[in-house]
Design a protein around this ligand. Structure first.
Ligand code: NDP
Length: 403
């Protein structure tokens, strides 16, 4: 039995706390640490009331390597599960190295000063993790995360050659508010307002933000939805790890209402991370915006509808052209009943827990820094439905793939 330390008590941290508490055959002890201890305590109370599991909580500044190292040395968990913000990835990896503890996260490191989604900072830790004999698992959310695992599964079982991957992500739910983001607003807005990019024939190609659109027909009663081409971090590692790949793109669905609000916020400078002077203090407009937007976790109670995320993959099997859509559907009301959370937080927190279970049970055990698609997809995909996310492979007509 293993002991896990969760860092970050936001929307995703809450789901991870519920799901680690549910994994009583794997984790004998669950600890939760975050900047604001009251948030940890509220989650711990809810988990105890709903599942009967006690979670010990800690106040922690995860930017402070010495503070995290001291907590790791005192508590000696088997694994640190990082669901704080991407800014904390490197300090938490440093603390894990100092204490000799395995590490995992759901989003790649970003410097706070500018949005730059690249694995280079974390890949630079490979040798140090190998030498220390500990593992860092990168990107065990849904996208990145399950989408990478779907690609690894397709490569292992469904195709001889994979030619194209289109990752599609739509939230067809409704929270009834004029504007809100489904996960941390600052990270969400940074992701959407950056330049779009996709990988084709060995190189990344850039497009201006939100300038390429398609319609995609989703299963599960969702139907046709408009999607926009964005850059997303899993493109970088999958372009390296999928053999013979010709093109990989990422598409996300947004309503007209969401895009109109975002455009206005952008036009008035509220999405900028460049500091401005306000009443004698320097503030970042997007960080301030975060403080006035709804907390994504607070949307859960009112959310209805479904989300669907998956990989539309084309390639060759036994000499024939083939196309599949490997995907999961989640329903906001069902995820609320299970963890008092909306489906976006749920879709990240469940795979984070499943990744932690893979490491804790040593189904995935390799020293060094690894992206999730480097690991065997089978035990992960066998385990995920037990924690609330089913998945399915749908065979599709190759001629209907996104142009
Ligand atoms: P939230 O903003 O809801 O939660 C983040 C939590 O981290 C908060 O509790 C916050 O504390 C805490 N935190 C921030 N800075 C520090 C610090 N210096 N020390 C300790 N704790 C800190 O975000 P989400 O839960 O929505 O997202 C969590 C992570 O999941 C993000 O990295 C996000 O990018 C990732 N994600 C990944 C997805 C995927 O599919 N791969 C999808 C969605 C999200 P406080 O409460 O005090 O602010």
């Amino acid at each position: 039995m293993k002991k896990v330390l969760i860092v970050g008590a936001g929307g995703v941290g809450k789901v991870v706390a519920h799901k680690c508490a549910q994994a009583t055959d794997v984790f004998s002890e669950v600890l939760l640490a975050s900047r604001t201890k009251e948030k940890c305590d509220a989650i711990a109370q809810e988990v105890e009331a709903m599942r009967g599991t006690k979670i010990r909580t800690f106040a922690l500044d995860a930017d402070n390597v010495a503070e995290t190292t001291a907590l790791l040395k005192a508590e000696k968990p088997d694994l640190l599960l990082n669901v704080a913000l991407p800014y904390q990835d490197l300090p938490l990896m440093d603390a894990c190295l100092a204490a000799g503890i395995d590490y995992m996260d759901t989003a790649n490191y970003e410097p706070p000063e500018y949005p730059k989604f690249e694995y280079k900072w974390q890949w630079a830790y490979r040798e140090r993790f190998e030498k220390a004999g500990i593992m860092a698992l990168l990107g065990s959310g849904f996208d990145p995360g399950v989408t990478n695992v779907f690609c690894a599964y397709a490569q292992k079982h469904l195709f001889d050659e994979i030619h194209t991957v289109d990752i599609v992500d739509v939230n067809a739910g409704n929270h009834g508010l004029p504007f809100a983001t489904n996960f941390n607003p600052e990270i969400n807005i940074r992701e959407i307002t950056q330049e779009g990019r996709y990988w084709e024939e060995g190189e990344f190609k850039a497009i201006s933000p939100m300038s390429v659109k398609c319609d995609y027909d989703f299963p599960g009663g969702i139907g046709s939805q408009p999607l926009y081409l964005l850059y997303h971090e899993e493109l970088e590692s999958l372009a390296l790890n999928l053999k013979g790949l010709k093109r990989i793109r990422f598409w996300m669905g947004f309503s007209e209402n969401y895009l109109n609000h975002l455009k206005v916020l952008e036009n008035v400078g509220m999405t900028s991370h460049e500091p401005v002077k306000f009443e004698g203090k320097e503030i970042s407009p997007v960080a301030f915006l975060r403080s006035v937007l709804p907390d994504p976790a607070s949307l859960a109670e009112r959310y209805t509808g479904k989300i669907c995320i998956g990989c539309d993959i084309t390639g060759i099997k036994d000499g024939q052209v083939k196309r599949v859509f490997i995907h999961s559907l989640m329903d906001h009301e069902e995820t609320f009943r299970d963890t008092r959370s909306q489906a976006i937080s749920f879709s990240t927190g469940v795979p984070a827990t499943v990744g932690a279970i893979m490491m804790a049970t040593e189904k995935w055990k390799r020293a060094g820094v690894h992206n999730i698609e480097e690991c065997d997809p089978d035990p992960f995909l066998e385990t995920m439905p037990k924690y609330g996310i089913p998945w399915e492979v749908q065979e599709l007509d190759p001629s209907g793939a996104i142009a």
